[in-house]
Design a protein around this ligand. Structure first.
Ligand SMILES: [Mg+2]
Ligand SMILES: [Zn+2]
Length: 183
């Protein structure tokens, strides 16, 4: 079985500019490539799972989204990082009705776990919203990581086994320890 690093996109890979779809507006979050390198070197596959209600809202099209996805994937390749897949939810409950994929639901994670034969108990998800953490927990991922600048103290939450850090860079040392403790 594979180990996977699941990444939220907006707020983790790129600065969340709300309904981003233009490559020229992408601003990568400091530390994202280093973090991915660490996991890739330790045998994790990397998968992006992102809510994109901008499609349901008509702010941009499916095609716009796919174009940006290809651009981001290429940028990672330039940094020698392989993104195995990007899953997205194009829905919004009040426009398109309830779906199974919009985080905190686990549809996207479930699909990826099946397709890539992933062991959730050796996998983690990094996101910047509570809905990311809830999705990760609900899908049985071992370590949900919340990166949120409003959280000033790095703290392990024993109850949910989640890690809360103020930035990606602050996440690196505890994640290194977590990887080392896996085996
Ligand atoms: Mg986000
Ligand atoms: Zn959906």
């Amino acid at each position: 079985m594979n180990r996977a690093l699941f990444l939220d996109r907006d707020g983790i890979i790129n600065v969340d500019k709300h309904y981003l779809y233009k490559p020229e507006e992408v601003e990568f979050i400091p530390g994202i490539f280093e973090l991915c390198q660490l996991f890739q070197d330790n045998g994790f596959i990397i998968i992006v799972v992102t809510n994109q209600s901008g499609i349901a809202r008509g702010y941009y099209t499916e095609e716009d989204f796919q174009r940006l996805t290809q651009w981001i994937t290429n940028a990672f390749t330039t940094h020698h990082i392989h993104l195995s897949a990007t899953y997205h939810c194009p829905h919004h409950p009040s426009i398109t009705g309830e779906c199974e994929c919009r985080k905190p639901k686990i549809g996207m994670l479930k699909q990826a776990i099946k397709r890539f034969n992933i062991d959730p108990k050796q996998s983690l998800m990094i996101g910047d919203k509570l809905s990311d953490i809830e999705a990760a927990s609900n899908a049985g991922l071992k370590l949900p990581v919340l990166v949120n600048e409003k959280s000033t103290v790095e703290s392990l939450q024993p109850a949910t086994q989640s890690l809360i850090v103020p930035s990606l860079k602050a996440a690196l040392p505890p994640l290194k320890r977590w990887i080392n403790d896996l085996d």
